[in-house]
Design a protein around this ligand. Sequence first.
Ligand SMILES: [Zn+2]
Ligand SMILES: [Zn+2]
Length: 109
Amino acid sequence: MRIWDIPPEKMCRQHLLGEHRELHALWSIIINDKKAYAHHPETLRWKGKLKALYLRHEALVKEMTERGYKHHTSLDPAFATGKAVQDEFVNTYEEQVRILKEKGCGCRV
Ligand SMILES: [Zn+2]
Ligand SMILES: [Zn+2]
C-alpha cells in the first residue's frame, strides 16, 4: 500500500489508477478505525491528515478526468479534517523517483 508524493500528471496509468484504488482503501481504514493495516507506515503517516489525503484524492481525480478515465467514488468531505499538508514520508521524494525509475514503467520522473 503506497500513496506517492509524485505529482499525478507525471504518473503512468498503472501507478495513477493503482494509487487511487489504494487511497480509497486507506481512507476507509482510517475513518473506520480498522485493525488491518492500522500499523502500516502509510496508515500512520496519514492519520490526523485526512484533509491532506482528501486533497491528494482530488489531485488524482483531476488527472484521471483529464485522461478520460471515469470516476464514481467521491470521498465524504465531512471526514476531511486535520492537517492539510503531508510533511512526513515513508520514502523521500528522491527515493520515490528512484523507485519509479527502476520500475521502468511509463512514469515521467
Ligand atoms: Zn476516488
Ligand atoms: Zn509508473
